[in-house]
Design a protein around this ligand. Structure first.
Ligand SMILES: Nc1ncnc2c1ncn2[C@@H]1O[C@H](COP(=O)(O)OP(=O)(O)OP(=O)(O)O)[C@@H](O)[C@H]1O
Ligand SMILES: Nc1nc2c(c(=O)[nH]1)N[C@H]1C(S)=C(S)[C@@H](COP(=O)(O)O)O[C@H]1N2
Length: 200
């Protein structure tokens, strides 16, 4: 199908790390987010990348600015743990119009299949205006793990990733119609919400 048949989408990607933002180590969060989203979505994507330190006011202001710039989806990575400087959930809740607790619950379930410390991530998801904001853990490998879930060696889904619910959530808040590549992530919508393929 021609790319023009898919709605364009603007996505904010935010890496929150004191050390990556000050150059102590190379940021691997933004490349991992961009790579996974490009692989998963059929829609043409405009990315709005931000690399910022673990400062609550800066995080909240960045999220509000990305929503105001028209991002339908904003994914953050980092700062969800219990350390003193980990304030991403607080900064996200401070700009919430609605909490979406199912995303955090599901991410911790998925992550427990990879690491016993999954319960240390306090990640949240919220809706602000017509944007869905989701916190992911800071370990770069956790990005694909939580978005995609767990598959067996044959590619059969064992635990669904959270991204399966993202397209329908964005429909419900009035955003673009997101279409995924099923081999990466099979999005779920109720039958009456599935749009018939448009000709290019
Ligand atoms: N943006 C990033 N780029 C590369 N590696 C990262 C990044 N963020 C986190 N990591 C890795 O994942 C680990 C856990 O992430 P966490 O968010 O807890 O970092 P941290 O220990 O709070 O430090 P910092 O905020 O300075 O990255 C880090 O110690 C680091 O090895
Ligand atoms: N999928 C996945 N989830 C994960 C991890 C991981 O390696 N993979 N690390 C855990 C650990 S060790 C911590 S402390 C928390 C919080 O991480 P953050 O502060 O980097 O956001 O995420 C948890 N969730």
């Amino acid at each position: 199908m021609n790319e023009t048949a898919h709605d364009p989408v603007k996505i904010g990607i935010v890496s929150i790390s004191d050390r990556a933002s000050s150059g102590v180590y190379e940021d691997k969060g933004l490349p991992a987010l961009q790579e996974w989203l490009t692989r998963a979505l059929q829609n043409p994507i405009t990315f709005e990348p931000r690399l910022i330190p673990d400062e609550q006011d800066t995080i909240s202001a960045t999220l509000v600015a990305l929503v105001n710039e028209g991002c339908s989806l904003v994914l953050t990575t980092g700062g969800t743990g219990p350390a003193l400087r980990d304030v991403t959930p607080e900064a996200t809740l401070a700009v919430a119009h609605k909490e979406m607790p199912g995303f955090g619950e599901q991410m911790r379930q998925i992550s427990l299949r990879f690491v016993p410390t999954a319960i240390l991530s306090r990640q949240v998801a919220v809706v602000r205006d017509q944007s869905l904001i989701i916190n992911l853990p800071g370990q770069p490998k956790a990005i694909a793990e939580t978005l995609e879930g767990l598959k067996d060696a044959a590619g059969q889904q064992l635990v669904p990733g959270i991204f399966a619910a993202v397209p329908y959530c964005i429909d419900l808040i009035g955003g673009p119609y997101l279409e995924t590549h099923d081999a990466v992530c099979k999005a779920f919508r109720p039958k009456n919400a599935v749009r018939q393929p448009r000709s290019a």
